[in-house]
Structures are given as structure tokens and as C-alpha cells.
Design a protein around this ligand. Structure first.
Ligand code: UDP
Length: 235
């Protein structure tokens, strides 16, 4: 559907990113869910930004099902949240620094406290909330700080747009992580493992935040589109 998803498993991705960190490669990682796929189909500029990504992972069971239906199966779901946790673990172990951008200031502060508790030896290069005046200033600060990892929690399409503008020329792994800081701060709860394992995490999220219903309608819309493509009804 116009998006080239990575075939890597969670484990393979972390192995690759660990190598990239050691080699100080500049990387742009997107974790895309059905909402992102639909948005990119309607917004050419955003689709162009996604084409610049080094790696796009299947963030959600919808993408895995869609890929299977279209005869191009993906090994498993690779979520932004899990990748973020694994990256922080690697960063702490290898003493690589991380910059955190995004979320409300209070949420970000709580998230950082929780992260420091969980990863006491993690090097935090810097941070800023996601409600800033000048993106250029923040981009410039990040360049000067030279972190090894930049986590951008602005939600799509803002986070990918930001990364596409400021990642060039750095030696960092940049990844859009959506609402992950809200989860780390405890503002939003991630579904317990039972819901995750049975692929109904989306249902848990909906029960927690019913106001997300219009956004979540992206999932059935996306699956209908996949079926349309499968039977050559739409392009
Ligand atoms: N956000 C931000 N700046 C903005 C808009 C959004 O920092 O201008 C943050 C918002 O506070 C939240 C995250 O971006 O922490 C987006 O969360 P959402 O749940 O929409 O993302 P998803 O995980 O669904 O992509």
C-alpha cells in the first residue's frame, strides 16, 4: 500500500540498531500503524517523508494482518513502545546518550523520572516538551548536544516531519514514538500482556480513551482497503 515495511523481527531490529549505534550511523525509524498508512495515502508530503525513513516497522497487528492478506507477510509486530524500551536498555548498557522530545512538560518530567528509576545509568543528553515555539531552535540544540539517540514523541505526522528536517548531518538514531512518554509517565496505561498477546490491545486503548474512537476507525477502514486491493477493487 505504498509503504515498504521492514522484515526484521524485534530481536533483529535491536541487533541492527545496536550495530548502528556503535557505528554512529544516522538512522530515521518510523513505527507505522494503519492510521499512518491511511494518512500517507492522502497526504503526498507525508508519504514523501516516510520514503526518507531507513526503516518502517509494523506497529500494530493491523499491519501484520494486512501484509499477510496481501501476500507479503511480515514476521511480527514491532511496536514503537517495545523498541523504545529495548533501545533505552542498550543505551544504558553501552553508555550512549538519549535526547527526549515531546509530550506535555509535566508528562515529560514524570516520564524522565520513571526512566531514570528504571535505567539509573542512562545518559540523558537533554530533553524538551513538545509544545515549543521554535522547532528550528530545538533542532539546533539537538545537533549541538550530539546525542546517540533522539526519541521524538510528538505524534504523527509532526514527529516524522521534525525528524526529516533535523536528522540530516547527525550521527543519531531518530525514532518517532507517539504517545509513549504518556505511557511511561503513567498517564495512559498500556494494555496488560493478556490483551497484547491476544491482539486486542487496540480494544483496551479504546476502553481507556473512548474519545479515540474516530481515530481508531482507521483500523477497519484500512482493512477494507487491504481487502479492496487484494481483490483488485482499489489501487
Ligand atoms: N504532542 C506534542 N506536541 C504536539 C502534539 C502532540 O508533544 O504539538 C504529544 C502529545 O502530548 C502526546 C503525543 O504527542 O504525548 C501524541 O500522542 P498520541 O497518543 O496521539 O500518539 P500515538 O501514539 O497515537 O501516535
Amino acid at each position: 500500500m505504498g509503504i515498504q515495511f521492514s522484515q526484521l523481527t524485534n530481536q533483529q531490529l535491536i541487533k541492527q540498531l545496536t550495530l548502528d549505534l556503535e557505528q554512529q550511523q544516522c538512522r530515521f525509524i518510523v513505527t507505522a500503524n494503519p492510521e499512518i498508512v491511511l494518512y500517507a495515502r492522502k497526504h503526498f508530503e507525508y508519504a514523501t517523508i516516510l520514503k526518507q525513513a531507513d526503516l518502517i516497522t509494523a506497529d500494530g497487528i493491523g499491519i501484520v494482518i494486512g501484509a499477510k492478506l496481501l501476500g507479503q507477510p511480515l514476521p511480527e509486530r514491532v511496536t514503537g513502545f517495545d523498541t523504545l524500551q529495548q533501545l533505552l536498555k542498550v543505551a544504558e548498557k553501552k553508555q550512549k546518550s538519549v535526547y527526549f522530545l515531546g509530550a506535555r512538560a509535566t508528562v515529560l518530567n514524570t516520564a524522565l523520572k520513571n526512566i531514570q528509576r528504571q535505567y539509573p545509568k542512562l545518559i540523558i543528553a537533554g530533553y524538551h516538551d513538545g509544545y515549543y515555539q521554535s522547532a528550528a531552535e530545538i533542532g539546533q540544540t539537538i545537533k549541538q548536544l550530539q546525542p546517540d539517540i533522539v526519541l521524538v514523541a510528538l505524534g504523527f505526522p509532526k514527529q516524522e516531519t521534525f525528524i526529516s528536517q533535523y536528522a540530516a548531518g547527525t550521527h543519531a538514531i531518530w525514532m518517532g514514538v507517539g504517545g509513549s512518554f504518556d505511557v511511561i509517565a503513567g498517564k495512559v496505561k498500556r494494555a496488560p500482556l493478556f490483551w497484547q498477546k491476544h491482539h486486542i490491545e487496540w480494544c483496551y486503548r479504546l476502553l481507556q480513551e473512548p474519545s479515540r474512537l474516530p481515530r481508531m476507525l482507521a483500523l477497519p477502514k484500512y482493512l477494507l482497503l487491504v481487502l479492496g486491493q487484494k481483490f483488485h477493487l482499489v489501487h
